[in-house]
Ligand binder design. Structure first.
Ligand code: NAI
Ligand code: MG
Length: 502
């Protein structure tokens, strides 16, 4: 881990956007919060105030839901052909692609991630997701169904299904991939003809607000996408409990996921999809190609500073190679340039917030106090900003919180194993089931283990492979439903069965 120097400034155009007084997007208009309140957004690399943003609350959520309802039921949006809807979404993707640099800078300053990573991964993945979803607008087909109604043996029928948009959707997103999470949510909602109230994370509202400007310029009708910035306990909770929202889609902590389910149940039984935490196992079998598995294991935990729901945070390595793999991953950690994300050499930026830095350090301290050892890292970095050293813990015990709970930071626990037959059971021993990986040269064994792992996403001889066509989501307490792929579209549509008596 190398501490890098101060970073170059962002471009003038980027700062001109960031320096604006940011407002809420409701019914096609930028407007202040009804209360007039604003809140401060920080640059996590230097702890300085980055921007001032409107603090939306219940009253603003209510206005946004009303606008979304109007746009869903009348006006140009429901009149548009699927092809026209697809063209609009595609246009938005083009506009995003034309502004990759600006979005990468916003994302880096707001979230802390390396600008080069945002420009290579976050923004292109968002562009691709919109294009993938644009293509689906014209392919949301129903079925024709031969029916045989037993109590009307002489009647003739023509039955078919229609796929209709679920309606007004509330979407609540986190701060780890601010723009990409907005895209994962907005893409299927817009493709299916829903309208949206998007509540972005209070830590990182800026890229979604910039996207809101592009949505306006692209020509989406007023009220189709409403964006409310504000806090989870107020704006987020009001959206989850709103009686006129048909579905809520949430990404974030499992704890808040449970609150969302409760709010949905107690209000109007709105549909719920959840993408929650993880504690994903990454298994290195004795026959693995270590030249791939070692950098793969480092990427699995250190990508996005470990602030990934699918981070490979439990690294299981066969005893025969344990020291070699741990040392190899430790060496990768030592080579990471830790510094401001705007530095082109940056390999790892700060945690998103002081709270997150403290949470991650709290987990490391708990593990170290209980007898774990840090081969590398183990503490916050000695500099301004919310930096944490990339860390490998060994000598952990299964009951320790560093093994049981999601840390959401660059901290991996490496655990040796004896018997490759037993390791799948240990890997599955978690309340979570979001992702898992296995490294082996034996392809048949890789497939067999992939089948036995209880996780929504399994990687064999790779990690962190995402694509708009691949469904993403969790087993167990990692969530309900899937994002991306055509699986996501099912969760934004209702199926209507229509029967005509001939
Ligand atoms: P969080 O779950 O509190 O926040 C995520 C989103 O939910 C934000 O937009 C927030 O404003 C909103 N929210 C918070 N409380 C809410 C409520 N009562 N009702 C409605 N919306 C609410 O996550 P937080 O506090 O930022 O991070 C805590 C932990 O959650 C992390 O350490 C990590 O373990 C996990 N997490 C998981 C993520 C994932 O991708 N699955 C993303 C972010 C956090
Ligand atoms: Mg929270």
């Amino acid at each position: 881990m190398i501490l890098t120097a101060e970073a170059p400034a962002a471009r003038k155009e980027t700062m001109a956007f960031i320096d604006q007084q940011h407002q809420l997007l409701i019914d096609g208009q930028w407007q202040p919060a009804a209360s007039g309140k604003t809140f401060e957004v920080k640059n996590p690399a230097n702890e300085q105030t980055l921007a001032q943003v409107a603090e939306g609350d219940r009253a603003d959520i209510d206005l946004a839901v009303k606008a979304a309802r109007r746009a869903f039921e009348s006006g140009p949006w429901p009149q548009m052909t699927p092809s026209q809807r697809g063209q609009l979404i595609w246009k938005l993707a083009d506009m995003l692609e034309q502004n990759v640099e600006e979005f990468a800078e916003i994302e880096s300053l707001d979230n802390g991630k390396p600008k080069v990573v945002a420009a290579a991964a976050d923004i292109p993945l968002a562009v691709d997701l919109f294009r993938y979803m644009a293509g689906w607008t014209t392919k949301l087909e129903g079925n024709t169904l031969p029916i045989s109604v037993p109590y009307l043996p002489d009647a003739e029928f023509h039955s078919f299904t229609l796929r209709e948009p679920v309606g007004v959707v509330g979407q609540i997103i986190p701060w780890n991939f601010p723009l990409l999470m907005a895209a994962w949510k907005l893409g299927p909602a817009l493709a299916t003809g829903c309208t949206v109230v998007l509540k972005v994370a209070e830590e990182t509202p800026l890229s979604a607000l910039r996207l809101g400007h592009l949505i306006q310029e692209a020509g989406f009708p007023p009220g189709v996408v409403n964006i409310v910035t504000g806090f989870g306990e107020t704006a987020g909770a009001a959206l989850a409990a709103h009686p006129d929202v048909d579905k809520v889609a949430f990404t974030g902590s499992t704890e808040v996921g449970k609150l969302i389910v409760k709010a949905a149940g107690e209000s109007n039984l709105k549909k719920v999809t959840l993408e929650l935490g993880g504690k994903s196992p990454n298994i290195v079998l004795p026959d693995a190609d270590l030249s791939a598995a070692i950098p793969g294991a480092a990427n699995a935990i250190f990508f996005n500073h470990g602030q990934c729901c699918c981070a490979g945070s439990r690294l299981f390595v066969h005893q025969s190679q344990f020291d070699e793999v741990v040392e190899g991953v430790a060496e990768q950690a030592r080579q990471i340039n830790l510094g401001p994300g705007m530095d082109p050499q940056c390999g790892m930026g700060p945690m998103v917030s002081q709270i997150q830095q403290e949470r991650v350090c709290g987990y490391m301290d708990a593990g170290l106090n209980a007898g774990a050892q840090a081969v590398v890292g183990g503490k916050r970095a000695d500099r301004d900003g919310y930096f944490v050293e990339p860390t490998i813990l060994v000598n952990t015990q299964p009951e320790m919180s560093v093994i049981q709970e999601e840390i959401f930071g660059p901290v991996v626990a490496a655990v040796p194993f004896d018997d490759p037959e037993q390791i799948v059971a240990e890997a599955n021993d978690s309340i979570y089931g979001l992702a898992a990986a296995v490294w082996t040269r034996d392809i048949s064994r890789g497939h067999k283990i992939a089948k036995r792992l209880r996780a929504g996403n399994v990687w064999v001889n790779c990690y962190n492979i995402f694509d708009a066509a691949l469904p993403f989501g969790g087993y167990k307490q990692s969530g309900w439903g899937r994002e991306m792929g055509h699986a996501a579209l099912d969760l934004y549509t209702e199926t209507k069965a229509v029967t005509v008596q001939l």
